[in-house]
Design a protein around this ligand. Sequence first.
Ligand code: KE4
Length: 428
Amino acid sequence: MKRTRSKLFFERAKDVIPGGVNSPVRACKAVNSYPVFFERGEGAYLIDADGNRYIDYVCSWGPLILGHAHPNVIAEVYFASKRGTSFGAPTWLEVEMAEIIRECIPSMEKVRLVNSGTEATMSALRLARAYTGRKKIIKFDGCYHGHADSLLVKAGSGLATFGIPASPGVPEELTAHTLSLPFNDEEAVKEAFEKHGSEIACVILEPVPANMGVVLPKEGFLSFLREITQRYGALLIFDEVITGFRLGLGGAQEKFGIKPDLTCLGKIIGGGLPVGAYGGRAEIMNLVAPEGPVYQAGTLSGNPIAVSAGLATIKELKKPGAYERLEALSKMLEEGLKEILKDLSLPYQVVRCASMLTLFFHDKPVTNFSEAQACDTNKFARFWQGMLERGVYLPPSQFEAWFVSLAHTEREIEETLRAVRETLREIR
Ligand code: KE4
């Protein structure tokens, strides 16, 4: 495939935008490539600046669970925009969004809308520290919660030392209170609480991580975290920016039957436009300004156009059969991948949770970040390039999730599997 215009646009972009992109992973460095510039999306497809068509499994990194340009989403965005773009004052739509979130995720007794997942997690951390009067937080290696300073800590700092900044510009004072532990490691969490229990404000995690690739929580791990945080008076924060409305209307907390104290949302609730949210027990949320003293604000929080896209998306997901359809298509993809690996005697791992999955180029199960890091990322890069040439657009990183949407059909899954088989043969 020729991608002349993408290359041209990228050269111009690099002259005026750092790295030529507005978010690092889009630069495709991890797959030794350059970004494809897209012109439009149609259902399960993306069309690039050179007119090439691709089956899309990035789905804007999760939000587009209905696929691109869903007519009902576009219509709601159109009608909302005709009424004006932003008022800096409440609209009924925000109330409807908060109510539908509470209806689907009852642990979110009160909800504050923001503009991104980063804002949601950053605000939830501030609230947890205010509510508990404590400073320390526990996160897990490989879980990504956006780019708030406290959360940009090097993986694997473990118990030995507290958070080491993962980025220049983050003062160690801000990561010194962050402990990053191996995911699925109950002993490490127990030890942290035995050592620092009275200082720990919260444990924040992706209940089903998707930022080290998709990794499943071990049996009992989530309930263990619920119990130990309760025991030590720390809050349990589920970052469901990806899993919220992805694993089901109630997200991971419904799937695993765990009630966190706070939940962060994003992506799908914006339907492709900028919406994030955080919420939880009313007694905690009532600390948020102007009800309480914990300050958090945003010019465009609850923006009516963005919320309209999110509401239209959730309304489609609430239709009978939506998640069953996603499950059937995703299962077909997973089973097809496993069959190809078996036929080609390749030892790679396929991990799926609902309509998100990862093909790990690793010969052993992946249950945490250090295991994920052992993947053959060069082989993944060649796989990604081969799939792109065959018209399939995968996330340009081994440490991300493939997303299936309601716009995908058996036809796209079959074409994808054909491309996988040919590419794996080619690069083996
Ligand atoms: P945003 O600030 O990008 O809206 O959300 C941050 C965030 C928070 N929590 C989780 C679990 C997330 O996955 C994210 C963002 N996800 C990444 C990719 N998995 C977004 C892609 C990007 O950074 O460009």
